[in-house]
Design a protein around this ligand. Structure first.
Ligand code: PEP
Length: 257
């Protein structure tokens, strides 16, 4: 991971009222030290309704914690009831947004074309998309996990120019490992993350592929993060359940011990 600063991103999913969100960020801020921020980028992805509160806290105390959203609309503005635009998120100081999380793909029928449109919308407003890819259990059992994941990477990056693509974050999250306690082995994570990087080099160039951060996600906790982070093509983690516990998330950020 030389030259790539590890990113630890906490996906809170549909948890926390804005008051609870403030409590979590305050505890994280109290625990994280300068050395932690030098070692990793720590990021929280609260529900939309808590982002303004997190922004207020981060700005008031000049915290180095980054924050972002769990989803973004593919549309610029207009008659899209219930959606949140990239501009709205950018104006709230978001650095990142997830795009194509497996729960969005599964429950909201998001396909690669829509994920691609969301990635474009995010870049247009200088948000860095964390594009989620990964196979379900059937695909894994059939041994098709690499091909499946690379097809999602290609679909999501369709017509994304190199100057944007070099800033994207890709999160490899095998669906069978999300929220199940079933963590992929470090070798499983490395196999697919390395294949993603090779494909980036083919789609763009080796220099770009070397810059892109590729995260692993799926039941990451403080007691399994180190083995995953030691893999050469894994540049961080997308953490669901464990990120709601500030002490645990701080431990994950301190995976080097
Ligand atoms: C996620 O939702 O991105 C995730 C990885 O969840 P968990 O860590 O709970 O498996």
């Amino acid at each position: 991971t030389t030259g790539r600063k590890p990113l630890m991103a906490g996906n809170w999913k549909m948890n926390t009222t804005h008051l609870e969100a403030i409590g979590i960020v305050q505890k994280m801020a109290f625990a994280l030290k300068e050395a932690d921020y030098e070692a990793v980028e720590a990021c929280v992805l609260p529900p939309f309704t808590a982002i303004r509160s997190v922004q207020t806290l981060v700005d008031a105390d000049r915290l180095q914690i980054r924050y972002g959203a769990q989803d973004v609309s593919a549309h610029e503005k207009g008659a899209y009831t219930g959606e949140i635009s990239a501009l709205m998120l950018a104006k709230l100081g978001c650095s990142y947004t997830l795009a194509g999380h497996s729960e969005r793909r599964q429950y909201h029928h998001e396909d690669d074309a829509l994920v691609n449109a969301k990635v474009k919308a995010a870049f247009k407003h200088d948000l860095v998309p964390i594009m989620c890819v990964g196979e379900g259990l059937e695909v894994r059992k059939a041994g098709e996990h690499v091909a499946h994941t690379l097809a999602q990477v290609e679909g999501g990056l369709n017509k994304i120019p190199a100057d944007q693509a070099r800033r994207i974050v890709i999160a490899y999250e095998p669906v069978w490992a999300i929220g199940t306690g079933e963590v992929a082995t470090p070798q499983d994570a490395q196999e697919v993350c390395a294949a993603v990087r090779t494909r980036l080099a083919e789609l763009y160039d080796g220099d770009l592929a070397d810059q892109v951060r590729i995260l692993y996600g799926g039941s990451v906790k403080s007691d399994n993060v180190a083995g995953i982070m030691v893999q050469p093509d894994v540049d961080g983690a997308l953490v669901g359940g464990a990120s709601l516990d500030p002490a645990e998330f701080v431990k994950i950020c301190r995976y080097r011990g």
